[in-house]
Structure formats: C-alpha cells, structure tokens
Design a binder for this molecule. Sequence first.
Ligand SMILES: [Zn+2]
Length: 529
Amino acid sequence: MTVLSFYGAAGCVTGACMLLESSKSRVLVECGMFQGTKTLKQLNYGAFPFDAASLDAVLLTHAHIDHSGQLPKLRLAGFMGPVFATEGTRDLCEVLLPDAGSIQEIEVSQLNRRNRRRAGADLTPIFTSADARDTLAQFQTVHLKEWVSVARGVRARWWNSGHILGAASIEVELEDDANEAPLRLCFSGDVGPGDRDLADDPDGPSDIDHLILESTYGGTERKEFDTATRRRILRDELRTAHAAGGPLLIPAFAVERTQELLVDLLALMESTEAPPGQIFLDSPLAIKATDVFLRSGHRDSGHNPFKGLRESRLLRFTESAAESREIERQRGWHVIIAASGMCDAGRVRSHLRRLLPREDATVLIVGYQAFGTLGRLLLEGRRDVRIQGDEIAVRASIREIDVYSGHADASGLARWVQARTPISGTVFLNHGEPDSLTALRARLAADGLPADRITIAALDQSYRLERNAPVILAATTTPRLTPEALTHLDWHNQRASFLAAMQEKLNRAPDDKSRERLLKLLDEALAKM
Ligand SMILES: [Zn+2]
C-alpha cells in the first residue's frame, strides 16, 4: 500500500511538506517553514506529525524557505539521511538556511529579554545557524533528467521548473508490490511563468499516475511580459524617479528577483536608455545569493545572463554595516536595493526612515506585499507609518510594478498540466489559498480533466494511492489546524489593522478637537467592556 500525506502547504501557500510511504520506504518531499499569521507560524514550533528518525530520504524541489526551512529542525528531530536536491538548490540553501537560523536566534533572544522582564520562561530557537550548517552536510546533489535511486524501491528524477535558480519538479517512481509496475508520481514544486530570458521554460514528465500541483496563482491571469516590455516599464519608472530629483529605493527579496532586476537595471543604464547612476546592493544575503547566481545561474544553453553583475562599475555591493551607512552621504541620482522585500525587517527600514519624508525620493515596490506589512501600508497610500517605534511622514512617491514574478498564472499552470498528460489517476492541488485552489480545480475540469479526479489536498490528511482509480482516504487523525484557521486573520493581525485604521482617522481629522473627541469615544467604549 502506498500512502501520501500532506503536512503543510495544504489550504495555504507555505510549509510545503509531503510524506510518501510504501511497504519498503518512507520519503519526505519538501520540508518547508510556515509563514504568514502567528497561528500558522506557531506550527513551526510544534513537533512534526510523523517520525523524523524513520525517514529514508528527503527530496527537495527548490530552496525557498517555505519549501526547505524546516530541514534543520528535521535533523534535530533525528533525521540523518540524505537530502536530494539540484546543485543550484543546494548552493542557495547554503545561504538561506544559516540565515534563517540566525533570524531564529535573534528573534528568540529578543523575546527572552522581554519574557525575563515579565518573569516568563526562556524559549529556545527552533534551530540555530550552526544547526543549519550541519544540515547542509546531508545534501546530495542530482542532475536534471537523470534517475537517482533515493530509497529502497524509489527512484526520482528532477525536471527544471523555471521558478528560481535550481528549482525543479520531481518525478518519482515507486515500487510497492513486486508483481506490479511501479507507481509514477510528479510533484510540481513551484512552476515558473516560462518565456523568460533569465530562466529556462518549465519542463516535466508526461504519462504519470498522479500529479501533485501547486496552485499559488490558480485563480489569477497576469499579463505576459517579454523582456523588451518589462525593461520599458522599468525604464519609465527610472526616468520618472530621476526627474523627481532624489534617489530611488527598491525593497527586494534576496533571491532571484533582485538578480533579475540588477541585470535589467544595468542593461538600461549602460545603454543610457535610463539615466545612469550608482546602484547599491545593500543586503548581505542578496550579495551572497548573487554570488550563487554568478557560479550556477547558467541556462541550458550554457550562457549565464548574470555574468556581468560583478564587473559593472555602476554596481556596488555594500556588505558591511559601515558601507551601508555610507550610502546616506551619496548625493544626486542613485538607486538602492535593500531587503526585506516587504519592508518589515533588514536595512531597507533605515533607508525608508530617511527617504520617506523626502518629496524628491521614490520607493518602487516590485514584489508581493502581504497583508499587514509596511510595504502593503505604503501601497495603500498611508501618509504616516511607524518604523522602529517612530512616526514617519510619507512624502516620497510610492510606485509599483508587477513584472518580476517567478510563478505561472492560471493559464500557465493549465498549459503545464496539459503537457503532463495522460494522467491516469488523480491531480492533487496544494500550495494555494482556498480561492485559488477552487478556481484552478474548475479551470482544469473545464479543460477536460475528470472532476472527480481533482482533489484539493487537506492539511494532515493521508490518501491511499491506487493506480487508475480515484484515491481512497485513509483513516484521518485530527488536523493541527482547521481549514478556517489556516486562512483566518488572527487577533495579532486584527490589532495591527485596528491600530493602523485608528492612526489614519486621527491623521485625517480636521482639527485637534475632533481628534480628542474620537479618542474619548474609544475610551468610553473600552470602559464599557
Ligand atoms: Zn518558491
């Protein structure tokens, strides 16, 4: 009997983790961290709902933390076996996992300082950067399109998925009963949009029994951008920001989008299509990730589009804190790229403190901004924001472009699924918010996949895999979170949103009298509770 269980990214987009069990072996696919609301993040602190020590191997699609971030915790829970991944994924994990460990250490030490003041108990980090480095020794790299025996009766092969450097879909063949032909599965991982000059098109096997498919943008159609259009949009933003007279600040994620953005910025400035100026990459993590792109960012053709990044005189890498502070002295037109991408941590915050009050400065948002983050508040047009406890007035121009995505949209996913057919068994939909999951299910059914063979995976649910037949649910245990709790905004989010709305009301009030009246009303409401 073969059983597939979903222990994350089921009904939500983070915490990817699936367990594949046969009579011969136990293999985990992905081991990601939950991100988003505190309720979700709490799952990172709990024990795994399976025995980590008894796993034979882990298969990894790509390096993003929501797919790889709990690997060090898996090691601490007793898993000492191999982690199979492409070289690009291993190289990026070498940068991202220790960084996730340091963030853990810093967060926990801050919490403990606060807890001690309240005489609370000390917490320990889920894992440290040293734990993360130990985990890297378990990695075994694989080549695309080559079968690897990963456990008894299980072989796997990785196909480029066009999402980020090293990202792949994983095809798995699994023998259970010696008399039968092996069961053929495909785990999509995150699927890229294709038609990009900086990444190869997503690929994959065809003729399989079951497909496990990501659904991040399963309900969304996006405009397709070729390189020329993407650069034209960026060029216009650069010209406008330059004309405003001050610097341009771009909050960015450390991996992939930053490197693509740098390639485009340099191409535009070096050809003087956009006004040339100094570009500062002000993020130690992004600098390390950029080195990985220089080493292993090659496309199938052997060409590495990131090659020029270390040679350009326009680009400066500011690794140390002192170098970072020096950027403040820069006058005239320049561009700063700093993490974090959603403006909630990292060096971008000190640049925002300094530049938001300046009318001549521009902030360009290039990535997804989650609910409640500072980046989202800026996009919503807030004229006052809080940064590190201080009230900061927003006079800079806030701009947004949506041309740097690593994900296929609904049509892209549907096309990718078509190329995997025939699929004799079930398509499991995971890694999506509820709306995207139901939209993608409807879309695939309309495209001709039998509706009763499309299953939306549920958290902590196990499915018995049979050939050519719809899957049968195995006995269920109580899930750690209900589907509602997975996407519910918890009270921490409600509080943040309430405080922001109150601040906005106070700012917009015509005079101090009305502000006092508003606060008095709130006071009275509180007293009545
Ligand atoms: Zn990803």
